[in-house]
Write a protein that binds this ligand. Structure first.
Ligand SMILES: Nc1ncnc2c1ncn2[C@@H]1O[C@H](COP(=O)(O)OP(=O)(O)O)[C@@H](O)[C@H]1O
Ligand SMILES: [Mg+2]
Length: 395
């Protein structure tokens, strides 16, 4: 490449100010140099990028995916999404990685974090795997209850590997006209195969339903067969993430197409505490109360805990700080919303305080001290021990 030293100097200057756009252009140049066999120049640029990447990226993003290992053109802001040929409606939304940067990753337990990290790691080293003749896992299915953070997780993964996200639009894809849904699916995949991107198929069950539904046999078969073909053809071209809240509805052939299937569970106690901490901020609630919230929210999803934290914040905003008690705010919320009413822990919240105090004092995981409970219920410690005694005698 002619004038490469000047280009390198320009890039060195530009990379002093952190910018994903400049890094993206430099990575494209790197891919072109490699493709053109300019190995020495590629090495020089690579060194520069390695130095620049530390300052140029927001934590915890770890954008190191070698674009050279992915075929296809870069997806720039001027590219328009694919459309339904008849209605002109968009079949996908495009989100560039820059737009994804300010997001916080959902709280994940260690096992899940490990699976996701492993996946991102493989995608980052696509070229190394390819060099050894290994086909990397290029598709992944996330499944679990609604509100467990799957959509957010997919966005984070896309940000971590530094590729634009092409999110399929169900309203655009699904058509009541015979054959149109299948054609739209083909157009969507053709678009995703043309550009370097992560293809996200959210609420995937809507198009990947079992083929033996007696009501819609012909059309569903056609759609699922097209989907199978598209997934097969794509498997070497780009990264696909599919998400479903209803994995039992998926056609078994579709289910088998995914190299990696990750169950996203409802959060465990430790994760719930972290989620509570995140969403009650900036409200200052004492640790025993936050731990109580983590206890109370057993079985709830991250999204439900977020809603609960917002209700508490609303109550705090409307009450003077002297009157505010998280316990009372929770009781009011529990009485107003019928959502969790039948959960035993919520029943205890609305029952006698003595019984609740006794249950909490016995909970091994939480290990509340008498002092914690006294503060939590706004009583002195002797009252708490009297309650515990009375409750034990009464029960
Ligand atoms: N594990 C979690 N940690 C933090 N926030 C969460 C978590 N799960 C869900 N949320 C919150 O709930 C919102 C909705 O989650 P979402 O990703 O749409 O769930 P899903 O796609 O599984 O239905 C998220 O944007 C986030 O604010
Ligand atoms: Mg979702």
């Amino acid at each position: 490449m002619e004038h490469f030293t000047i280009v390198l100097a320009l890039l060195r200057a530009a990379l002093k100010v952190p910018s994903p756009a400049v890094t993206g252009h430099a990575e494209r140049l790197l891919a072109a140099l490699r493709k053109g066999g300019e190995t020495i120049q590629a090495e020089q640029l690579e060194k520069l990028l390695e130095g620049g990447s530390v300052a140029g990226r927001m934590q915890p993003s770890r954008v190191v995916l070698s674009r050279a290992a992915l075929p296809g053109e870069p997806l720039t802001p001027s590219v328009r999404p694919p459309v339904d040929k008849e209605t002109g409606g968009a079949l996908a939304d495009i989100t560039l990685p820059d737009a994804l940067t300010p997001m916080e990753a959902p709280v994940l337990n260690n096992a899940l974090r490990g699976s996701v990290d492993a996946l991102v790691e493989e995608w980052r080293h696509l070229d190394r795997l390819r060099a050894m003749g290994i086909r990397p896992p290029l598709n992944c299915l996330l499944f679990g209850a609604p509100g467990t953070g799957k959509t957010k997780l997919a966005q984070i993964v896309s940000r971590e590997i530094g590729l634009p996200l092409v999110t399929a639009r169900l309203d655009g894809l699904i058509s009541s006209y015979l054959g149109t849904t299948a054609r739209n699916i083909s157009s969507l995949f053709a678009f995703a195969n043309r550009y370097q991107c992560v293809l996200l198929l959210d609420e995937f069950d809507a198009i990947a339903k079992v083929r033996d539904d007696p009501h819609e046999v012909g059309e569903i078969k056609r759609v699922v067969n097209t989907l199978l073909q598209c997934l097969d053809q794509r498997s070497d071209l780009g990264i696909t993430i599919a998400i479903t809240n209803h994995e039992q509805l998926l056609d078994s052939a579709i289910w088998r197409r995914f190299d990696i299937r990750i169950a996203v569970p409802r959060p465990d106690l430790e994760s719930r505490l972290e989620i509570v901490n995140r969403y009650v901020t900036p409200l200052e609630i004492a640790l025993p109360e936050r731990r109580f919230l983590a206890w109370l929210t057993e079985g709830l999803t991250g999204s439900e805990i977020e809603t609960l934290a917002n209700a508490i914040k609303r109550a705090a905003a409307l009450n003077s700080s002297a009157d505010f008690s998280a316990l009372n705010a929770l009781k009011v919320h529990a009485q107003l919303s019928s959502n969790h009413r039948h959960h035993p822990r919520w029943e205890q919240l609305l029952g006698p305080a003595e019984a609740l105090a006794a249950t909490l004092s016995r909970d091994r995981e939480l290990a509340f001290s008498q002092e914690d409970l006294a503060r939590f219920f706004g009583k002195d410690q002797s009252t708490i021990s009297r309650w515990k005694r009375r409750y034990r005698e009464g029960s």
